[in-house]
Design a protein around this ligand. Structure first.
Ligand code: SF4
Length: 231
């Protein structure tokens, strides 16, 4: 029987490379970051609504619906007691109708067990049906200003290209590595800005197709530079 080949662990960036990455990212964000309404609140429910809406929808489509939704359902208590069909109708035309139901389920659980509020600790947040590792990290970081890492599709793409650029970006082991990278890179201060900057950078510069490598501030240290679809 042949022994299973052991895959060597992927290295993490050394402290100087982490500092350089943070510095470049935050400098870019201060000049180019988007002005979005969910960045001006630390209400956990508002953050939750924005995160669930953004899961499969572009920012420009989310903006008007986010305002309309919070106008109609200003708290989890109001959302929890709203008729389900009305909630689904209000969501239209965002699509993926599982998402409004998921939001209402979370609101009902928060009302039933937590006085209509979202808790701040990771384990309790993740015990809610519909709150996974990413959403929990976003709520803890953006609403409670905790030092919590995030990893959505945009962030995973940026970290993979800058620090790895080899192997299967979708494998479980790579996902675990990218989570570790996201945690390792997190600064001790400005975590809110850092996480928002990662998301903006993935949405505006290091986009899925045709990333803007020629004007990218990470170009000199990016392992995928210059990115081509076969990289
Ligand atoms: S150089 Fe290209 S692939 Fe690398 S981070 Fe910048 S945009 Fe992304």
């Amino acid at each position: 029987m042949t022994a299973k080949k052991k895959v060597p662990a992927l290295p993490l960036p050394v402290p100087a490379d982490r500092r350089r990455f943070r510095h470049r990212l935050l400098s870019w964000y201060r000049r180019h970051g988007r002005d979005l309404p969910w960045r001006k609140t630390d209400d956990p429910y508002h953050i939750l609504v924005s995160e669930i809406m953004l899961q499969q929808t572009q920012v420009d489509r989310v903006l008007p619906k986010y305002a309309e939704w919070l106008d109609k359902y200003p708290s989890m208590t109001v959302l929890a007691s709203a008729p389900e069909q009305e909630v689904t109708r209000t969501w239209y035309p965002l699509g993926y109708n599982v998402r409004p139901r998921r939001l209402q389920t979370i609101a009902r659980e928060a009302v039933a067990n937590y006085g209509g509020e979202l808790p701040s600790d990771e384990a309790t947040l993740r015990s809610f049906k519909g709150i996974g590792a990413y959403t929990a990290g976003a709520i803890r970081s953006f609403a409670f200003h905790e030092r919590a890492a995030i990893l959505d599709t945009n962030v995973a793409r940026v970290l993979f290209r800058v620090f790895v650029a080899r192997g299967d970006p979708k494998s479980h082991s790579m996902k675990r590595h990218l989570w570790t990278l996201s945690e390792t890179l997190m600064p001790s201060r400005h975590v809110f800005d850092f996480n928002q900057a990662l998301m903006d950078f993935g949405a505006m510069v290091c986009v899925a197709r045709n990333p803007k490598c020629l004007i990218c501030p990470m170009a000199r240290s990016c392992r995928a530079y210059p990115f081509t679809p076969d990289t």
